[in-house]
Design a protein around this ligand. Structure first.
Ligand code: NDP
Length: 332
């Protein structure tokens, strides 16, 4: 029944391009209606991802005003027309989509997954988007094999901790980077064998990676930092190795001459997670694998903090200020 759905809701509007001050907490936003192929979800948690800051700051253009938020957890309260993949009203689910910083989100049923038995509250939502990013990249961007050396930048971040754990689980050897002693410890705990604190002025990341790998370099680099690290990625990757550039936390990688890839026959990718889970089949297969990893390999899902929706400006400040480890959530 849809009779209990109100017409207005609490949520956060991104009113313009700018600093976190453009994020405005409201109590009178219209509740969206599910269109064909969508379901309406009453959220219990909204996830925060670095991409939210790109939309807010205008690094990725999007129309304003806008409700940010690409993942969440909640209960299905209504189904749209058309294909909704057997989902039903009342189901507890996690989702990927848009419009998450609010009480209600209308999202494509294709990217909605029931929360499996035995996965605690908040763990499923903390895992879905960042876990699938890491999982699809180690399966498809660089199908990572046992014994390979892999460099993971921002290894104590949301995606970073997932990469450390999943790479260790498949038998790869992880070298991570991070900016504080605490982050270094956290990434070690998640499975990074070596950690490099790239915020220390005397640290030469390239020299250290080459030293660790006996002068050879790494089989692959997973880089969500972008501008600050990209040039070094080309230096530390071995001949015929792969550089996976998947984000811009320090800024966008500037255009460059592809001939720079030639001397070492480097493979370079710039993937996005939605590109690997475009079909329902891909989404359900990878989601099932991710949840299996959590249950069978006893993955630790690090939640930096559960914030209140009203504190959204602070959430963005903490994330952009490099003060967080793991996943950030807002209680709705
Ligand atoms: P994180 O939790 O990793 O936060 C970003 C981290 O980047 C910081 O904690 C910081 O770690 C590091 N960093 C390095 N330089 C800077 C800088 N100048 N300013 C701010 N942070 C910096 O965020 P997410 O896990 O949400 O995302 C990580 C990356 O992955 C982002 O680039 C994001 O856009 C990308 N991403 C891409 C996806 C895709 O589909 N392509 C999907 C999901 C995420 P430290 O202090 O240790 O340097």
């Amino acid at each position: 029944s849809t009779t209990t759905i109100p017409t207005t809701m609490r949520g956060v509007l991104c009113t313009a391009v700018g600093s976190p001050s453009v994020l405005s907490y409201r109590t009178d936003l219209p509740v969206p209606r599910p269109s064909a192929g969508q379901v309406l979800i009453r959220n219990t948690y909204a996830g925060i991802n670095y991409i939210d800051t790109y939309f807010r700051a205008g690094i990725y253009p999007s129309p304003k005003p806008e409700i940010l938020g690409r993942d969440g957890e909640g209960v299905i309260v209504a189904l749209g027309e058309g294909e909704t993949y057997g989902l039903h009203v009342g189901a507890k689910v996690v989702w990927m989509g848009s419009g998450g910083y609010a009480e209600y989100s209308a999202v494509s049923a294709l990217h909605v997954a029931p929360v499996p038995e035995g996965i605690p509250e908040t763990i499923a939502v903390a895992s879905l988007l960042q876990g699938l990013t890491a999982l699809t990249m180690i399966r498809e961007a660089h199908p990572t094999k046992r014994g390979e050396w892999v460099l993971v930048h921002a290894a104590a971040g949301g995606v970073g901790l997932w990469l450390c754990q999943l790479l260790k689980a498949v038998g790869a050897r992880v070298i991570g980077t991070a900016s504080t002693v605490q982050k270094v410890e956290e990434a070690h705990r998640a499975g990074a064998e070596y950690m490099i604190n790239y915020s220390e002025e005397k640290t030469d990341v390239v020299a250290r990676v080459l030293e660790i790998t006996g002068g050879v370099g790494v089989d692959a680099v997973f880089d969500g930092v972008g501008k600050d690290t990209f040039d070094d990625d080309l230096k530390v990757v071995k001949r015929k190795g792969t550089v996976v550039s998947f984000g811009n936390a320090s800024g966008v990688v500037p255009p460059f001459a592809i001939s720079k890839l030639a001397p070492k026959c480097i493979k370079l990718l710039r993937p996005q997670v939605f590109g690997y889970i475009t079909t329902r089949q891909e989404f359900t297969t990878y989601t099932a694998e991710l949840f299996r990893f959590i249950q069978e390999n006893k993955m630790e899902v690090k939640i930096h903090k559960v914030y209140e929706l009203e504190d959204v400006q602070r959430v963005h400040e903490d994330l952009e200020g490099r003060r967080t480890m793991g996943k950030l959530l807002m209680r709705i």
